[in-house]
Design a binder for this molecule. Structure first.
Ligand SMILES: *Cc1c(COP(=O)(O)O)cnc(C)c1O
Length: 360
């Protein structure tokens, strides 16, 4: 790849963040969530680096298949369960676990003739109202699972928190109470916490935790960045200046000539744009680091390029390094300038970019 835009993946940071999960949720088993190509970091790369994870969580059969092809032997959980009946045979062949969150999936299992029972993570809706059985249905679903030949004996109870990223949101304790009372009379392991639960709500740790975002070194909590929680960014998006120019007051920059220099300005063109996954709607003023010093974005990113204000370092030159987010520039801050969340930026990083592993 000749373009200077690249993604650096720091595997030591990934392992460090995993150790933070183990420290915060001491004694819990860990399902490392690696859906969406491990939040853009590379599914197999991440799973191999997290060799001590107790299980991996993925969104679909294809992701699970890639992990098995890469000789990943831990349990792999399909977080949304099977999407159709025909998947069950492959789930059996790949020895996967499934979330069961809807009656249609229970029916698939009841109709199936697979020989090796599948381990089920039974998802209850404790208030998020996205996936999961209503707590009122638990008794009947539980007894149907117990007698279903396609279901392994060990069932794990699961729920998902809606607002754990807000430390004082009362919804979390309402959900925890609802889940605890629903599970009370069943002997089964339990799992509740995503990253925000792990960091912000120790009552949610239960038997298994399910970290995603924090493994990648991003804060799961509102209004904070990774370093506030002693997490280390794993992904850095980097490029270089490919042009530097001096513009006069009033001259415009970019398509539509919508941004005009308020005074004589040195600008730099960075080889990275929305074709790489950098958000086009990141506002003027979004920070970047040029030579390690802050330089704001001017106008909108285009496909392969974006423009930065070099007024503070007019001596900057073609070839100088630019960080768009990562080790030294918080992705949480960039996301807020782009009116989005770090999850979306990570998942959106384009596969056209060169990926470089560090500390492997
Ligand atoms: C994606 C996902 C997680 C991980 O969430 P983070 O906020 O990234 O930690 C945990 N549990 C389930 C069911 C998920 O789908």
């Amino acid at each position: 790849m000749t373009r200077p835009a690249k993604v650096i993946i720091d595997l030591a940071a990934l392992r460090f963040n995993y150790s933070r999960v183990q420290h915060l949720a001491a004694g819990c088993k860990v399902m490392a969530v690696v859906k969406a190509d491990a939040y853009g970091h590379g599914l197999v790369r991440v799973a191999k680096a997290l060799s001590s994870a107790d299980a991996f969580g993925v969104a679909c059969l294809e992701e699970a298949e890639q992990l098995r092809e890469a000789k990943i032997t831990q349990p792999i959980v399909l977080l949304e369960g099977p999407y159709s009946f025909v998947e069950l045979k492959q789930i059996e062949a790949l020895d996967l676990d499934i979330v069961v969150h809807h009656i249609s999936q229970l029916e698939m299992l009841e109709q199936s003739t697979i020989k090796k029972p599948i381990r089920v993570w039974l998802k209850l809706d404790s208030g998020m109202h996205r996936l999961g059985f209503d707590i009122k249905e638990l008794a009947s679903v539980w007894s149907r699972l117990q007698v279903c030949d396609s279901v392994a004996n060990e069932i794990i109870m699961m729920t998902h928190l809606a607002a754990a990223n807000e430390i004082n949101n009362p919804m979390t304790s309402v959900q925890l109470d609802a889940f605890a009372s629903a599970c009370e009379s069943y002997t089964a392991e339990r799992t509740i916490a995503n990253s925000a639960g792990i960091v912000g709500s120790s009552d949610s740790h239960a038997d298994w935790v399910r970290p995603g975002l924090m493994l990648y070194g991003v804060s799961p909590m509102q209004d904070s960045i990774a370093s506030d929680h002693n997490l280390q960014p794993v992904m850095s998006l980097e490029s270089r200046l490919i042009s530097v120019k001096n513009l006069n007051k009033g001259e415009s920059v970019g398509y539509g000539a919508s941004w005009r220099c308020p005074s004589d300005t040195t600008i730099g063109i960075v080889a990275a744009g929305y074709g790489d996954g950098f958000p086009r709607h990141a506002k003027s003023g979004t920070p970047t680091l040029v030579n390690g010093k802050r330089a704001s974005i001017i106008g909108n990113a285009s496909m392969d390029m974006l423009t930065v204000d070099l007024s503070a370092q007019p001596q900057a030159k073609v070839g100088d390094p630019v960080e768009l987010w990562g080790t030294s520039l918080a992705i949480e801050e960039v996301a807020s300038y782009a009116d989005t969340i770090p999850y979306e930026l990570l998942c959106g990083v384009h596969k056209r970019l060169a990926f470089v592993e560090k500390n492997g």
